[in-house]
Each structure stands twice: as C-alpha cells, then as structure tokens.
Design a protein around this ligand. Sequence first.
Ligand code: ATP
Length: 309
Amino acid sequence: LMKKIVVIGSSNVDTTLHVKDFPKPGETINALEVSTAGGGKGANQAIAAAKSGAETYFINRVGEDSEGGFITHQLKSYGVDTTYVQTTMGSKTGHAFITLNEAGQNDIVIDHGANYELTVEDIQAASDLITSWDCVIAQFETPIEVTIAAFKMAKKAGKITILNPAPAVDKIPDELLKYTDIITPNETESAKLTGIPIKDKSTLATNAEKLHLLGVKNVVITYGDKGAYISTADVEELVPAYKVKATDTTGAGDTFIGYLASNLNADLSNFEEAAKIASRASSIAVQRLGAQPSIPTAKEVENAMEDDE
Ligand code: ATP
C-alpha cells in the first residue's frame, strides 16, 4: 500500500561559495567555485518521502522570483506534488548562503523569505488533504502557529504527526507537543531541548525519557554514524548506522525522516524495521554529494538491503 505523506516546511535555494579559507571581517576574497542547489529541510524531507515511494504533497510558500520556479521544478522532478506550493507576490524565495572552506567547515546565513509567510489560512485551504492523508511532517523553518494548526487538524482526523525539531530550540510550545506523535531530533537538537549532553547509550536514554516527559510518546534521536535511538512503548534501542565511507552528510537526517515516515505502519507497530530501512537509506545518501540528489530511491535501498543479506 502506498503511503500518503504531507510535508509542511521550508524550501530554499542553497548558494554555496567554495573558498580556501573563510574571509576575515572586512576582507575581500575570491571564490574557488560557486554552486547552486535546492535545499531547505521541508523540501528535502518531501523529496525523501517521494523518492521512498510515498505519494507526497508539499505545503510551502516561495517568492515571486525565478528561484521559486526553480524550486517547484526540482520538487516536481522528484515526484512531489506541488499543488500547495504557493507564490507570495512581492516576496523572495528562501535562500541559504553557505560558505564552505577546504577543510569542509561551513558558515550559513539564511534569508527565510517566503518560508515565513506561510499562514494558518494556507493550512485551512489544504484541510481536505491534511485530514485524509496518512501523516504530516513539519520542522521549525516555517511559522510555528502554522505547524500547530496543521498538527491539530491532523490529530483530530486520527492521522500521524511527525515533528523534526530543527533547527535547535530550547523549548517547544506545549500546544504543539500535545499534537505530536513522533519527535525526531538529532543529537544537538535533543540535547538543547533536554539540557543533557549526549555521550553514549545511557545519555540517549535519559534524553528520550525527558522528551517523553514533555508529552511525546515516540522518540527517535538520530546520532550520526552511530545510528538512531528509538524509544517507544515497545522499543528502547539504538538501531546502529550502516558502516560506510561518508563523503557528504548533508541531508542524512532529512533522508532518515522521509524514509521512516514512509515505512511506518499506521499503528506504529514496526518502528524498528522502519528505522532500519531509514538508516540504510541515509547510509546511501551520505556516500553521495548534495542533499536532494543524494537521496536514494526505494529500489536502490531495496537492492542494497538484499545485497546485505
Ligand atoms: P544532517 O544535518 O547532516 O542532514 P542530522 O544531523 O539531521 O543530519 P544525523 O543524526 O547526522 O542527522 O544522521 C541521520 C541518520 O543518517 C543517522 O541516524 C544514520 O542512520 C545516518 N547517518 C548519518 N551519518 C552517517 C554516516 N557517516 N554513516 C552512516 N550513516 C550515517
């Protein structure tokens, strides 16, 4: 059965300035290369869901500029339905300016642009979709009141809600937590929410415990090349990552979330199995360059898992 997933979130154009060293304040330097790609956590997760084989809608706003057209085109090319990607007149599409040095470190400046212009009315206009589709995924790169409205609507209809609490915050409004079924922070995001630094399996467990106390039943803490910690009523386990040689981990988390959502049963009875598939998918993504193009298709993940056996 094909999963039906709605992703609400951001889309950005990522402009990467490749430099030898970061410029010092006041300094002018030449870029070694400049590259452009589609990005934004919402768009990446929507593309991951679509590539994993789910029927996927993305709810988002772009600006009245060529970048908006570029983003919509990219999403469509990966199979995401863009009916609810709207244009805000007179506004600019979200844009991330990334400076990447030769050591692989980066500095990022984001112009949220139209991402912050998504409204509760946009959610109401998509109510037929939100109340009939299997699950809704959101992050923190669009207005929080919009996410609350969407999650409330989805929960009233008995649908699954997944919150990726990124970028990191130290507090999430209770009203949003109340409507969240699954929370998926990475190590940094979890530690910021709980105040407990993650060092090992035992600190993962105490992090998960704290997140449960906030009112969320299902916790998934992704822990880079060490795996993903699952804490639910039935499972308490660190699902290990696949051992691979990583070349670019951008989008690893987004791939994991898209695949997890796509492979979870409606009654959430197969968390471990879904996490294993998500982990295998992310392990393929980290071996390739770029965020969106690096996300594997369901067939690629299936083949890789067959070869593992
Ligand atoms: P990013 O911000 O880089 O997109 P993230 O910080 O949101 O990622 P991570 O916890 O780094 O998310 O990674 C998500 C999942 O991807 C991990 O749980 C793991 O399964 C897989 N993964 C990440 N890095 C590696 C790696 N080097 N090798 C194998 N698997 C990895």
